[in-house]
Design a protein around this ligand. Structure first.
Ligand code: NAI
Ligand code: MG
Length: 505
């Protein structure tokens, strides 16, 4: 079996050329998968194949985990002063910065998001996340606790060990940075699995991990199918911790698998985040942010504010302004056009899924006031997975389009009368990731922020996200926090050491 070459020449539609690795990155080298199994990466704007890469089998996962386990004990990592660990991470951030336009090209091509957005937003996020956590590497420490005159105790913060990380396809490189940043800062070793929909950029990151000088085996990168490679990683007995971002359904499977050996887990899952607009808001700002909160990144955002609740007396005006903002802003097109706001959905499966939710909304009796199907209207996805930004009104709280995560450019806008009602309906969901509140009333803003059941609240904004600020969900939106100082908790464990300094009992 000849198999794929381990490096192939690619040229993107914007003319950028590079050598794309296709292998599994284990011990700082690219290797073929043991089974020869591959994954094809598709350009969702054209439906054409970009490239194929190797997909890990359970046997390959074992090889990667063994590499991470060996690296964990190796003095070149274990004994590396924390400051030097931070320096390596800083170098990695520099390499990302230097290759910003290459990474933006790959993620735009593979995922479908506009190049200018990948360049400005995804890359900024990935680079600042590595920089931020590089600074934490030598700033985590324990405490001393005086107990009795004869005794004391102190705590040490130690890495958890070998960490298995599973990431999604909506922000391929920045999701990798969110996972790798804190794990490496805390001295863990990692096996990270990219999503099968976007397998390319993380392999180029592998090159840079080596170039930055990380010892071999510290970061191992695999592509592979969720049910095979993902499940093997979660179940591997030498994996001490699993960190996952993706669907709530898969998170449930992961939690079950992790239960067998009581593995430490962090889960960041789905949402149906509410955005409340009170009648005293700056309407122009409310419309601008609420449009961006659901329509940016083609609605493929876990924190998308997909349920907009608007106070009754401004409801009609809000809906009209929202529609005109779509017309003025949501320009649909391919990744390479500077004026594109909304690219194609990531895959045929996601495209079909979003369209089926739109059909469901129509059959449930909701009113489509904008969009309502594929783009262009009579297309069937054969030449690109484009969906018209869609707005539903006349939506009841029991409709599936009101309750379930759609993960596309589809929003429901519903009226409410009082603050109490708004809060109650905002919280009437199994999810709890983000929430937004628009009001000029300072007291109300903070009161509502406190009452909403979610991991994040935006006041007069939507989707703000910063490596310095904790990110995560409550209820079925997840367990644990990423980013910020809180993100370090997920990757360290506290050991207590009791010291007896006396001879009396
Ligand atoms: P998914 O949750 O199945 O995939 C996410 C990651 O989990 C991928 O790397 C996948 O390979 C892996 N995975 C899948 N099954 C696994 C298993 N049994 N064991 C271990 N790993 C496994 O999500 P999918 O199918 O790509 O998208 C479906 C829906 O999930 C979307 O429509 C959206 O609603 C939601 N989603 C949410 C994301 C978020 O950011 N919270 C990101 C991606 C999807
Ligand atoms: Mg793709």
């Amino acid at each position: 079996m000849a198999g794929l070459d381990l490096f192939i020449d690619l040229t993107a539609p914007n003319g950028r050329q590079w050598k794309q690795p296709t292998g599994l990155f284990i011990n700082n080298e690219f290797v073929k998968s043991s089974s020869g199994q591959t994954i094809a990466s598709i350009d969702p704007a054209t439906t054409r194949e970009i490239a194929s890469v190797y997909a890990a089998s359970a046997e390959d996962v074992d090889t990667a985990v063994q590499a991470a386990k060996t690296a964990l004990k190796d003095p070149s990592w274990k004994q590396l002063p924390a400051t030097d660990r931070g320096i390596l991470m800083g170098r990695l951030a520099e390499l990302l910065e230097k290759n910003r336009e290459l990474f933006a090209t790959i993620d735009a091509w593979d995922n479908g998001k506009p190049y200018h957005v990948a360049y400005e937003e995804d890359l900024t996020e990935a680079i600042t996340t590595f920089r931020y956590y590089s600074g934490w590497a030598d700033k985590t420490f324990g405490q001393t606790i005086s107990t009795t005159p004869q005794k004391l105790a102190y705590t040490i913060r130690q890495p958890i060990g070998v960490v298995g990380q599973i990431i999604p396809w909506n922000y391929p490189l920045s999701m990798a940075a969110w996972k790798l940043g804190p794990a490496l800062a805390c001295g863990n070793t990692v096996v990270i699995k990219a999503a099968e929909q976007t397998p390319l950029s993380i392999l180029v990151l592998g090159n840079m991990i080596k170039e930055a000088g990380f010892p071999e085996g510290v970061v191992n990168i695999i592509n592979g199918y969720g049910r095979e490679a993902g499940a093997a990683l979660v179940q591997h007995p030498l994996v001490d911790k699993v960190a996952f971002t993706g669907s709530t359904a898969t998170a449930r499977e992961i939690m079950k698998m992790a239960a067998v050996s009581l593995k430490n887990i962090t889960l960041e899952t789905g949402g149906k985040s509410p955005l409340l607009v009170f009648n005293d808001s700056d309407l122009e700002q409310a419309v601008k942010w609420s449009h961006m909160g659901i329509m940016s990144n083609k609605g493929e955002i876990c924190t998308a504010t997909s349920r907009i609740l608007v106070q009754k007396d401004i409801y009609d005006t809000f809906v009209e302004n929202f529609k005109s903002t779509i017309q003025a802003t949501s320009k649909i097109g391919n990744q390479w056009d500077e004026s594109t706001y909304q690219g194609p959905q990531v895959t045929r499966a996601q495209y079909d899924r979003v369209l089926s939710y739109i059909q469901l909304g129509i059959s449930e009796g909701a009113t489509v006031v904008s969009g309502g199907g594929p783009y262009p209207p009579n297309s069937n996805g054969e030449s690109g997975y484009f969906v018209s930004p869609t707005v539903f009104t006349n939506v009841t709280d029991s409709m599936r389009i009101y309750r379930e995560e759609i993960f596309g450019p589809v929003v429901v806008i519903v009226p409410f009368e009082t603050e109490e009602e708004a809060i109650e309906r905002a919280n009437d969901t199994t999810y709890g990731l983000g929430a937004a509140v628009f009001t000029k009333d300072l007291e109300r803003a903070h009161r509502v922020a406190a009452e909403i059941e979610s991991g994040m609240v935006w006041i007069n904004s939507s989707q703000d996200c910063d490596p310095r600020v904790p990110f995560g969900g409550v209820k079925q939106s997840g367990i644990g926090r990423e980013l910020g100082e809180a993100g370090l908790e997920a990757y360290t464990q506290v050991k207590a050491v009791h010291v007896n300094m006396g001879s009396r009992l």
